[in-house]
Design a protein. Structure first.
Length: 300
């Protein structure tokens, strides 16, 4: 796990400015965590509720530092082959048939033919191998909490060495180890062994002023009044006992839906018609709709 060497910021504030130039508005805590990860060459472990901007932070970090962005999306059952590399069997078979045809009855050297089958051109690089081969790189290991314990241990070993060994080719070592950003929605606890090797930051929902700024950054056509109303309403929804409180991603979707309908401010009718952009469970929609007039009437 390593250090991106392109366009390193000189301070957390400088990183915040660089991120802002990409459209990502980080608070002081997140900008500091990102700066330390870059400076110390440590992986950064981000936890927080879904939709608070963890994935977007890694993407913005790559753009801000001029690094390549590689994403490994984790899920239950993910194994090493799906994360590291695989062989392109159809192309290997075509190569074998072409070699046999070219020989046209002549004796084929089996060892040479076999060696040709395992040439680098037939290797399909999955995210981890891509991250090792391309430098500098920001590697996002997204939703690591969804992967199995065995994969978590494998990931830890691979990233610690910044290298892999492919039996048919040999050892591939990263010229510059990727800066790794791991995210978790806390569907399960990630093992301490992985967390100990990372800098840790809990990503909060944005406070009101920053959420308004995010909405106006992402939706330039939105009125300040509507941005403030959406941010305030989303903040109040997060105080309710909802199955899935809205994150900033949902706030952006909701504001975008309202803008698409030509809204300049938030009224109960348009709010009711667009709740599906901000809430994703029927029970949550029903609960919010029951108190929608009060939710909308309350001023930011």
């Amino acid at each position: 796990m390593g250090r991106v060497t392109t366009s390193l910021p000189e301070s957390p504030a400088a990183l915040a400015d660089a991120l802002a130039s990409t459209g990502y508005l980080a608070d002081e805590g997140l900008a500091t965590a990102g700066f330390l990860a870059l400076t110390l060459g440590r992986p950064l472990f981000l936890e927080g509720e879904a939709g608070v901007g963890k994935t977007a932070f890694a993407q913005a970090l790559a753009v801000a530092t001029g690094a390549r962005f590689v994403r490994l999306q984790c899920y239950e059952g993910l194994d090493a082959a799906q994360a590291l590399y695989d062989w392109d069997f159809p192309r290997q078979i075509l190569h074998l048939r072409a070699a046999e045809a070219a020989a046209s009855g002549q004796q084929i050297d089996a060892a040479v033919l076999e060696a040709g089958l395992y040439d680098r051109r037939f290797l399909i690089a999955r995210p981890l191998l891509q991250a090792l081969e391309h430098s500098p790189c920001v590697l996002l290991v997204d939703e690591v909490d969804r992967a199995d314990d065995e994969f978590e241990a494998f990931l830890l070993e691979t990233l610690a060495e910044a290298a892999i060994t492919i039996p048919e080719i040999g050892r591939i070592v990263a010229e510059t180890p990727p800066l790794t950003v791991l995210t978790s929605n806390r569907t399960r606890e990630v093992h301490d062994a992985l967390k100990r090797r990372c800098l840790y930051h809990w990503v909060e929902h944005p406070e009101f002023d920053r959420e308004v700024a995010i909405l106006r950054e992402r939706l330039p056509q939105i009125t300040r009044r509507l941005a403030e109303q959406v941010a305030a309403a989303a903040g109040r929804m997060r105080e309710l006992d909802l199955i899935k409180p809205p994150g900033v991603a949902e706030s952006i979707d909701w504001a975008g839906a309202l803008v698409a309908l030509g809204a300049r401010d938030l009224d109960p009718d348009r709010a009711a018609a667009t709740l599906g952009a901000v809430l994703k469970y029927r029970e949550d929609v029903a609960r919010v709709r029951a108190g929608l007039d009060d939710l909308v009437a309350a001023q930011p």
